[in-house]
Design a protein around this ligand. Structure first.
Ligand code: APR
Length: 246
């Protein structure tokens, strides 16, 4: 493992263009459970609540679950060493941006400036009628579903529900990173959800070296990963950090 860490650190140090691609696994050690797997959110909750058609037809029920998971529970989470590592890489000029599938805002809270939120974010609520945006921290979630104070329209978290399109800006920026990157570092993602899962594959096809951090093999590991750093995000990132910054 020591040799692999060293090799990965050298790649990161020498790469002219590196992008990080993160999934639920990077936030697990911040107390946020992943979606899939034994203790994953989808073993406890029915993902139908995040289906856009279900939400529109049953906003009250969807909102109750959404509030519990994404606002009461996730809201208390703080960044961990892996989030801080990526922020430091960016500050040192070693990372172009983070593409994240997470909606938890923890990359920004750790200090990352260039973050492409592929699945949107829980930070804002959007009126489904007039498009007015609200900071979720400023909206009382005690009467559900929540509605727009302007026109009474249903408010929806500004993240991508099943059945919705990827935000255009994030899609475009992620494609560009996949075309330009020499190194792609994947942290904590199974690679099961399309179209996000195509981004690292595009990067690989364009010649990027793929470094992957995950305690378990993912869909990427056997096919595209060049250096598999098997372990928890905070452990591996702390080791990489030692090599790069001390
Ligand atoms: N450090 C790093 N990785 C970890 C850790 C950890 N401490 N703990 C778990 N993991 C890994 C798991 O092994 C798994 O590969 O994190 C991954 C989490 O996978 P998923 O729950 O499938 O999350 P993700 O790939 O981000 O899901 C993609 O699916 O439901 C949708 O929109 C949702 O953005 C999400 C998308």
């Amino acid at each position: 493992m020591k040799e692999l860490i060293q090799k990965a650190a050298e790649l990161l140090r020498n790469s002219k263009h590196t992008t990080a691609f993160t999934g639920a696994g990077i936030s697990v050690e911040s107390g946020i459970p992943p979606f899939r797997g034994e203790d994953g959110l989808w073993s406890k909750y029915d993902p139908i609540v995040l289906d856009i058609n279900y939400f529109n037809a049953n906003p009250g029920h969807s909102w109750e679950v959404i509030k519990e998971i994404f606002y009461d529970f996730f809201g208390a989470a703080t960044p961990n060493a892996a989030h801080y590592f990526l922020a430091r890489l960016e500050k040192e000029g070693l990372l172009s941006s983070v593409i994240t599938q997470n909606i938890d805002n923890l990359h920004q809270e750790a200090g990352s400036c260039k973050v492409h939120e592929y699945h949107g974010s829980s930070r804002n609520l959007i009126c489904t009628k007039c498009g007015q945006s609200y900071l979720s921290s400023e909206v009382q979630l005690d009467q559900l579903p929540v509605s727009c104070i302007k026109d009474g329209g249903l408010l929806k978290p500004d993240f991508v529900f099943f059945g919705e399109a990827i935000p255009e800006e994030a899609q475009k920026a992620s494609n560009e990173e996949a075309f330009q990157s020499e190194v792609f570092i994947l942290i904590g993602t199974t690679g099961e959800i399309m179209p996000a899962s195509l981004i690292p594959r595009m990067a690989k096809e364009n010649g990027a070296t793929i470094i992957e951090i995950n305690p378990n093999e993912s869909n990427y590991t056997p096919g595209i990963t060049d250096i598999f750093l098997q372990g928890k995000a905070t452990d591996i990132c702390s080791k990489l950090s030692k090599y790069l910054f001390t």
